[in-house]
Design a protein around this ligand. Structure first.
Ligand code: BYC
Length: 476
């Protein structure tokens, strides 16, 4: 592998052994990370062997190795994608200059804030998902949950490495604080809204992986364009892991949709709940919730923070280098849909300030592709229902729509209409209670809970009844 040292206490491909100061600092952080993992990581199962994928190489062909690992023994480490020869800053004021191997002094504060915000989401998601193991719908799904969890742990390592290596004492303090904040905690919550929501059941988990992890894809893709080369290389490698999380989400929701359709056909009834499935209107309400809280993660429609990060060369656009324009956005405009008074309007604003919205647009188009695939499944069953993404202004807390009530079909509505209809649009306590009744563990190899269809194939070519998590200790 491209220089990964697996014999070290902290596996890495950044020659950690040559930098004694950094090595010592990270070795001091490591036991505190493990304490956090034991306290806030998956509840139970820490002594069980899990069939996990571990990164052993950062090159295209061979970075994944599968094998049984107990989660606390997972080889969390520091992996950066291979450097690109003669990489240049691809946008902003420094366009065309060599990418920076170190943090430019004047951008320290802004970069630190971006890295901390990114880093904070990783342990947050592990905390949100920590109770799910007890109610897994199959060993296959249980293993996927744990795969996602250990990789989010590694993504925390990725950001902590940058903080320790490039931000001195401030960075070390931030790395500590990443282990101190807690998802949903009243006094020390996680930074971004969606990461303080609860993930109480597997329907929420799959929705989270589909919608919220997808924000991760777009944010990491923008940071991958960064002029700060170590940040770019870090994010490039993280993206390869992120893809699996979105796969878990899309397939998970897709399998629930499939099962619901099968039950509807089998019983010639829309009343799927009676037959132990999750009805499509409930699925729609969960989509509405997870999509809207994830849209908030892109920030305000018009943002000087985003403009500055771009101009400084710190955070680019999605696929910046593939875009055919001046990469400075000096005179460009971009259409932004906002609340104007009591109506929704689209107007052109300076493209620099619209970068959050532009990224949100890329994200929305990507979400729609998933919805289309789920709708194809519904159609194949001859069922006349379509799942939809609600209007971008629906149920928003951040940005211009945060000030108003917008219906899923994009009307500005009164507080009274909102109160009267929110139960149609967002998961109700009764929905959550119903979904909770389905959350009974299915842990025999090959068995799947009745509300979700089995996947098309197993992991790494193995059959569906493989023992992906060894729940009983094998003697000898
Ligand atoms: N909640 O100009 P504004 C992932 C704050 S997910 C709370 O509108 P800006 C993952 C904002 O911080 C990807 N606060 O927005 C997924 C600012 O506060 P200050 C995570 C919010 O700064 C699943 C103020 O409002 N990565 O990887 O242009 C599992 C005005 O900000 C929120 C990143 O986010 C919110 N939703 O953009 C595991 C990338 N939104 O500074 C992992 C790094 C905004 O005035 N972060 N605010 O106190 C960023 O690029 C930017 O910070 C944001 C916001 C895109 C989040």
């Amino acid at each position: 592998m491209a220089g990964v040292d697996y014999l070290e206490r902290i596996p890495n491909n950044v020659n950690l052994r040559d930098d004694r100061r950094l090595l010592r600092a990270l070795e001091e952080w490591q036991p505190r990370f493990l304490d956090w993992w034991k306290e806030m990581g998956p509840e139970g199962f820490q002594a069980n062997e899990v069939y996990l994928r571990t990164a052993i190489s950062v090159d295209r062909d061979g970075w994944a190795q599968f094998g049984y690992v107990k989660m606390p023994d997972y080889r969390w480490g520091i992996f950066l994608a291979e450097p690109e020869a003669d990489r240049r800053v691809a946008f902003g004021d420094h366009l065309g200059k060599p990418a920076w191997p170190e943090v430019p002094g004047e951008y320290r504060g802004v970069l630190r804030r971006l890295i901390v915000t990114q880093g904070d989401t990783e342990p947050a998601s592990v905390e949100q998902q920590r109770h799910l193991g007890r109610t897994c719908p199959s060993l296959y799904d249980l293993r996927n949950l744990f795969q996602v969890n250990v990789e989010e742990g590694r993504h925390l390592w990725a950001m902590v490495y940058l903080l320790h290596a490039y931000f001195g004492r401030d960075g070390r303090e931030e790395a500590e604080a990443l282990l101190q904040r807690r998802s949903g905690d009243h006094d020390k919550p996680r930074i971004l809204g969606a990461f303080n929501e609860r993930t109480p059941d597997w329907l929420s988990f799959f929705m989270f992986c589909f919608f919220t992890d997808r924000d991760g894809k777009y944010q990491l893709a923008s940071l991958q364009e960064s002029g700060l080369d170590p940040l770019s290389r870090t994010c490039r490698f993280m993206l390869t892991e992120e893809a699996h999380h979105m796969f878990v989400g899309e397939m998970g929701v897709g399998r629930i949709v499939q099962k619901s359709c099968e039950l509807m056909r089998q019983h010639r009834s829309d009343d799927v709940r009676r037959h132990g499935g999750i009805d499509l209107p409930t699925m729609q309400r969960y989509i509405n919730f997870h999509y809207s809280v994830s849209l908030d993660l892109f920030g305000s429609e018009v943002s000087t923070n985003a403009a500055n990060a771009f101009t400084m060369g710190l955070k680019g656009r999605f696929e910046e280098t593939k875009k055919a324009d001046d990469h400075r956005l000096a005179d460009a405009t971009y259409p932004v849909t906002c609340l104007e008074g009591d109506r929704i309007a689209t107007r052109d604003v300076p493209a620099l300030t619209a970068l959050n919205e532009r990224l949100r647009d890329d994200y929305i188009a990507d979400c729609q592709r998933g919805i289309d695939r789920w709708n194809r499944t519904i159609k194949e069953h001859g069922i006349d229902v379509e799942l939809r993404l609600p209007h971008r202004g629906f149920h928003r807390a951040i940005g211009s729509f945060g000030e108003a009530r917008i219906s899923p079909d994009g009307r500005v509505i009164t507080e009274a209409e909102w109160d009267a209809r929110r139960r149609e649009w967002l998961p109700t306590p009764e929905d959550a209670q119903f979904v909770a009744t389905l959350m009974r563990p299915a842990v025999e190899p090959g068995r799947f809970a009745g509300w979700i269809a089995p996947p098309a194939r197993g992991i790494n070519g193995l059959p569906l009844d493989h023992e992906y998590v060894r729940l009983t200790r094998k003697e000898g």
